[in-house]
Design a protein around this ligand. Structure first.
Ligand SMILES: [Zn+2]
Length: 339
């Protein structure tokens, strides 16, 4: 009996909470409606890798609904789309990719979706940033396989172009918010300019004879061009498998003859090969460089493209004998306005 009374009291309390909840819900409904109404007008943007997703976020802010298809920490070169990703592409207004052969699976799905939805737009940032005479073919991206090195965003000047291209496309699709997109882009470009300048200065602190990169994953081609470094080798074969014993031996020879002080592993291609090379090549320092994965967790200020570049510079330039003092004032946090 007591038990039943308790249940009854609890039911009454819950009922009263419910009615107050439904009251406040009703109260909020105008706000919720307004939000969902404006949310309904938000452009649905689907993109690929985390650094590009973050660049787009800094331009589109809260006027776009943004989905990055490549999960954090998954390499962008061999990732596979899930059926739910296909639905996301089908529901998109705009698909933004790097291009240059990196996300051919997303391109295929987007083309298919476009046959049903002619409004769907596809923006290839990389293809619109450089022309084919500026493509770099190299160790892991040889000319005979056709696709150039796609890692344009590690060159901050190209990241600025990515932001500008995104701004122009969003303004074209959503002219009402042109001022918002322009303001965001201006704010973000000024941060990227500081980053770019800081990297230039930090690279200058590395002794000239050490401005050489041997990496596992071959992602620094366009970075090296901008900041006057030389990529002298990459360990990873073009099929993204493990290197053969001969390939490993060749890299070890190169390390010895070029006297590089450090070699670099990749965040999304964990392998023991780099440690083996470091040991046999007498290189004591192995840094880890990242081109897909943002540091920290979502919500952390450093979980951004700029944050990723700052960590990369520390992991790259300090082992090569430089310092990153010039980057001290660069704040990694997102710059878009909440409106
Ligand atoms: Zn990569």
């Amino acid at each position: 009996m007591i038990y039943q009374s308790i249940i009854l009291i609890l039911t009454l309390i819950l009922a009263s909470m419910n009615s107050s909840a439904s009251f406040s819900k009703q109260n909020n409904s105008t706000v919720a409606y307004a939000t969902s109404n404006s949310a309904a007008q938000n452009i649905n943007v689907v993109t690929s890798v985390s650094p590009i997703t973050n660049i787009i976020k800094n331009v589109g802010g809260n006027k776009i609904d943004l989905i990055g298809l490549v999960p954090e920490g998954v390499n962008s070169h061999t990732f596979e789309l899930k059926p739910s990703d296909v639905i996301k592409v089908n529901n998109a207004d705009l698909v933004v990719i790097d291009g240059l052969g990196l996300e051919t699976n997303v391109e295929d799905i987007a083309e298919e979706a476009r046959s049903k939805n002619t409004q769907l737009q596809v923006l290839k940032l990389g293809d619109n940033t450089i022309t084919s005479d500026q493509w770099v073919f190299d160790f892991s991206f040889p000319a005979k396989e056709g696709d150039p090195n796609p890692h344009l965003w590690l060159n901050v000047a190209y990241a600025m172009k990515f932001a500008n291209l995104t701004r122009d496309k969003l303004i074209e699709m959503d002219p009402q918010n042109a001022h918002y997109y322009t303001t965001n882009t201006d704010r973000y470009i000024s941060l990227l300019k500081n980053l770019d300048k800081g990297i230039m200065q930090a690279v200058h602190t590395v002794p000239p004879e050490n401005r050489k990169l041997i990496t596992y994953h071959d992602s620094w081609a366009y970075f090296a061009l901008r900041y006057n470094m030389t990529v002298i080798g990459a360990v990873q074969p073009s099929d993204f498998g493990e290197p053969t014993t001969q390939e490993v031996a060749r890299i070890i020879d190169q390390i010895r003859s070029e006297k590089v002080p450090a070699i670099f592993a990749s965040e999304v291609f964990p392998t023991g090969v780099v440690d083996q090379i470091a040991k046999e090549g007498n290189v004591t320092i192995v840094g880890t460089l990242s081109d897909d994965d943002l540091p920290g967790n979502p919500g952390n200020p450093e979980h951004s493209y700029v944050g990723m570049m700052l960590v990369n510079m520390e992991n790259m330039l300090v082992p090569l004998g430089g310092n990153i003092t010039a980057l001290n004032g660069v704040d990694p946090k997102d710059t878009y306005l909440i409106s």
